[in-house]
Design a protein around this ligand. Structure first.
Ligand code: ADP
Ligand code: MG
Length: 620
């Protein structure tokens, strides 16, 4: 077979937006995987060591390269994929710039081994910093193997700029998943430091999605399908009740290339309108097929953005298609019910009994009081009982472990410390009867009288602060109290989420989580922190993963901080939660025992004070 690589003329090369090809190990992964796909491989193996910093090795069974092509492939603007600028408008391949291998070879130690089907022998080329070190004839299977070692070895600044292994691996997994989701007909395997992270057999799209995101994903998927003259739409959207807070299950593929499109994303969000709770994100895996002539992939150097000729029609079609599928699968009515029932509950569980948010509880109800009052209360009495039970149950679990450290109900002034001068340690007046010390306003604020006037505390932020400091203390001195679960609970996660969990496992253990088993897509917990209730677990862990997604902080310190903030955020009592007097008091007490009671972990004001003077001024 004839040699196929040609050098692009300079003016064509210049027409192609250059941009930096290699920003991090994940960029190399993307380029090498795409080359393997362009070579029509049916099996692609990716082997990575130390998050790609020491090794990125891609082995494919594609059509390989001739000896001359192998040599030429490292030249800048050397490509077999396009010959003229016009070809850019009719692309059927991933690559076309002829820059990747040249760029990679300039900044790493590269070893290429390749053989074409019809050749007896193959070629091995070693190249370091663009210099060919050796070239030899070898026996090697048909296909191509490219090992990229010591990335950025000759650019220490870039090397030092790389993030922690956890972050870089996360980026690699992201790229790997995008490519694997776009090509379910190709078998992919990924090893990291000798561990198999993914083994994805050739399959259909649905199976591929499930293989990547875990077995439980299957029941979440609703297929979508539409064929029109300008676009063929297929793929899946996640049922609304499985929506997550994170955006990491949102994928668009155009002609089997992963792309980002805020505009099309909006079309999907519009289709889900009214079906999702606040801040929840729909999952979607959407495959669009369009005539390559109607798109321009070249507007973004890393080729994840794309320009469509007829964006408006595409938007409308996508929205209608998704809406139609959601309706067809009878999702809307089911959801509407759940939505109303739980609109304002802090943690929303499928199986949780619907709460009764509209009850007016008459807290001053006294069966021995006068007739009128009894009359009024008797209407609400049975529901009141119900409500009370639920509310204290949740609270108890929230405050186990805190109790020992707090003197609930006793406003001892000694442990109240303030940074501000205005509020002194004698903040709370002890003379007043205990019952009137705190009062909950709009299920949001706790109002209490202090010597100088009143203090108004945001209950959610206050509890965030209390939990934040408590959890930090637990992590640093490792004195967390665990509750052993009677039956261990198992949660399913995607492989990448598991990788993330492993990263923070030790910190979690210090807080009181006890892991009894971790597999590639599940974790089993045999113990949990004493101030978390079992029913909240799922959402707390999901929130935490969500907060960690994308940017895992580099240093151990800030990692702990992100973790603790996330937990404090999801564990803290919400606005809208009714608090009993003892609960209010315990919260106030614990807040003022904190090192920094005035701001939440997210730097928001926790309380304000109004002095009698301030009040007097208002009454002038
Ligand atoms: P591009 O993919 O944009 O053409 P690259 O620098 O990535 O540029 O690759 C240069 C050329 O090397 C490709 O056009 C292709 O002919 C050849 N090549 C690279 N990787 C492979 C592979 N895995 N199998 C066969 N040929 C390859
Ligand atoms: Mg390429």
């Amino acid at each position: 077979m004839a040699d196929i690589i040609k050098l692009l003329p300079d003016h064509v090369a210049n027409q192609i937006a250059a941009g930096e090809v290699v920003q991090r190990p994940a960029s190399v992964v993307k380029e090498l995987l795409e080359n393997a796909i362009d070579a029509t491989a049916t099996e692609i193996k990716l082997i990575v060591k130390e998050a790609g910093k020491t090794l990125i090795h891609v082995i494919d069974n594609g059509f390989g390269m001739s000896e001359t092509d192998a040599r030429l492939s490292f030249e800048r603007h050397a490509t077999s994929k396009i010959q003229a600028a016009e070809d850019l408008f009719n692309l059927h391949t991933k690559g076309f710039r002829g820059e990747a291998l040249a760029s990679i070879a300039a900044i790493a130690h590269v070893e290429l081994q390749t053989k074409k089907e019809d050749s007896e022998l193959g070629t091995r080329i070693k190249i370091e910093g663009s210099k060919i070190i050796s070239q030899e004839v070898v026996t090697t299977p048909t296909g191509t193997s490219i090992a990229v070692k010591n990335l950025f070895y000759n650019i220490p600044a870039r090397r030092n700029f790389l993030k922690s292994d956890a972050v870089e691996l996360r980026h690699i997994i992201d790229e790997f998943q995008r490519v694997a989701l776009a090509h379910s007909n190709i078998k992919f395997v990924l090893y990291h430091n000798g561990n198999e992270l993914f083994n994805l057999p050739k399959s259909n799209y649905r199976q591929r999605i499930v293989n990547i995101l875990g077995g439980k994903t299957n029941e979440k998927l609703v297929p979508i399908q539409e064929d029109t003259d300008i676009v063929k739409i297929s793929g899946f959207v996640g049922k609304p009740e499985f929506a997550k807070k994170s955006r990491n299950e949102q994928f668009f593929f155009v002609n089997n290339r992963f792309i980002k499109s805020p505009y099309l994303h909006h079309a999907i969000t519009a289709a889900f309108e009214g079906l999702l709770k606040d801040k929840m994100q729909p999952s979607y895996f959407i495959y669009l097929e369009v005539n390559p002539e109607t798109i321009d992939i070249n507007i973004h150097p890393t080729k994840t953005e794309i320009k469509f000729d007829d964006e408006h029609s595409l938007y409308a079609m996508l929205r209608a298609t998704v809406k139609h599928s959601l309706g067809q699968f009878n999702i809307a009515p089911v959801l509407d019910f759940e939505r109303d029932a739980n609109l304002d509950t802090p943690y929303d569980y499928k199986n949780k009994q619907a709460s009764t948010p509209n009850i007016q509880v008459d807290r001053s109800f006294n069966p021995f009081a006068n007739e009128v009052k009894t009359q009024k209360s008797s209407n609400t009495a049975p529901r009141y009982q119900n409500y009370k039970k639920e509310s204290t149950e949740g609270w108890e679990s929230l405050y186990v472990g805190l109790e020992s450290k707090s003197n609930a109900g006793n406003f001892s002034t000694e442990n109240i410390e303030f940074e501000s001068e205005a509020v002194t340690s004698s903040l709370f007046t002890n003379e007043e009867p205990r019952e009137t010390l705190t009062y909950q306003l709009h299920r949001k604020y706790i109002v209490s009288s202090i010597k100088s006037g009143i203090v108004i505390i945001d209950q959610h932020r206050a509890h965030q602060r209390v939990l934040y400091e408590q959890l930090l203390r637990n992590i640093t001195v490792n004195d967390a109290v665990s509750q052993q679960l009677l039956f261990p609970v198992t949660f399913s996660f995607s492989t990448s989420e598991i990788a993330l969990l492993k990263e923070v496992k030790e910190s979690l253990e210090n807080i009181g989580f006890m892991f009894s088993d971790i597999t590639e897509d599940t974790i089993e917990l045999s113990g949990i922190p004493s101030n978390i209730s079992e029913s909240e677990l799922q959402i707390i862990i999901e929130q935490m993963l969500n907060d960690f997604q994308g940017e895992i902080p580099d240093t151990g310190f800030s990692q702990t901080d992100v973790l603790v903030k996330s937990l404090a955020k999801s564990m803290a009592i919400r606005t809208g939660k009714k608090l009993e007097t003892e609960e209010q008091e315990a919260l106030v007490n614990n807040l003022f025992a904190c090192k920094e009671p005035s701001v939440s972990p997210f730097q928001k004001t926790i309380f304000i004070t109004l002095s009698v003077d301030d009040l007097d001024k208002k009454f002038i």
